[in-house]
Design a protein around this ligand. Structure first.
Ligand code: AMP
Length: 214
């Protein structure tokens, strides 16, 4: 890879499906079908632009340390990563959802020290501290909706889209912690060293977002 190449780290899954059309409008198209490939690094129609496809929670790390110059990641994962080690110049307004607290539909009065299960431990710690509430954090990586009914937690902090997952597990959303959409993040050194090309890509992506949302 040449030192003037721009590597863009993309979040695989649903965010990727919504990112690719925006990239295409910015004249960046992968040279092969990403969804049917097991590769992690892809060439594009532009000789100096490469795409990486990784887990969303790894995008901030790759961008902060400069292995990727730019990235697309959900605001939830950016908040959880909690670093100011990169710029966040653009909201792509895709993959919208909410980061919320939720509790059982039939929850009684909250105990003095709420047990909260989540994979977003940094966000939960910060949020409840701001509320002046003492909590006990329980880190889970999945199926947290089960935690309250099995007695592991009094509440959870999770992503809510339609609310169907919560409802199916006897939970109800309570407090909004953050509105989430996917953002473009940029490595601070890359923004200086590769300014012309990064600015051009950001400008075209911004136009694509405006075309879609007005
Ligand atoms: P829902 O049942 O529609 O409220 O969807 C909730 C589940 O879908 C959550 O547990 C999330 O894991 C996942 N989900 C929904 N939207 C998103 C998103 N934009 N980004 C990441 N995960 C999401």
């Amino acid at each position: 890879m040449s030192s003037q190449d721009v590597v863009i780290a993309l979040t695989k899954g649903r965010i990727l499906e919504e990112t690719l059309p925006l990239l295409e409008q910015a004249n960046i198209t992968p040279s092969e079908d990403i969804s049917s490939s097991r590769k992690l690094l892809f060439d594009t129609n532009l000789p100096n632009v490469k795409l990486m496809v990784i887990r969303g929670s790894d995008v901030p790390t790759y961008v902060e340390f400069g292995s990727a110059d730019m990235g697309v990641a959900g605001k939830d994962l950016i908040l959880e990563y909690g670093s100011s080690g990169f710029y966040e110049p653009l909201d792509l307004k895709i993959a919208g959802c909410r980061l919320m607290t939720a509790e059982p539909v039939d929850a009684g009065p909250a105990p003095d020290r709420l047990k909260v299960a989540t994979k977003f431990t940094n966000i939960a710690k910060r949020y409840f501290a701001e509320q002046g509430k003492q909590i006990e954090l329980i880190k889970l990586n999945g199926a947290l909706e089960l935690a309250p009914s099995l007695g592991l937690a009094d509440a959870i902090v999770d992503i809510v889209d339609t609310g169907k997952t919560l409802k199916a597990n006897g939970l109800v959303a309570k407090d909004l912690i953050a509105e989430v959409t996917s953002r473009v993040i940029v490595n601070k050194a890359s923004m200086k060293i590769k300014n012309a090309i990064i600015k051009e890509i950001l400008g075209k992506l911004r136009e694509a977002v405006v075309r879609k949302h007005g």
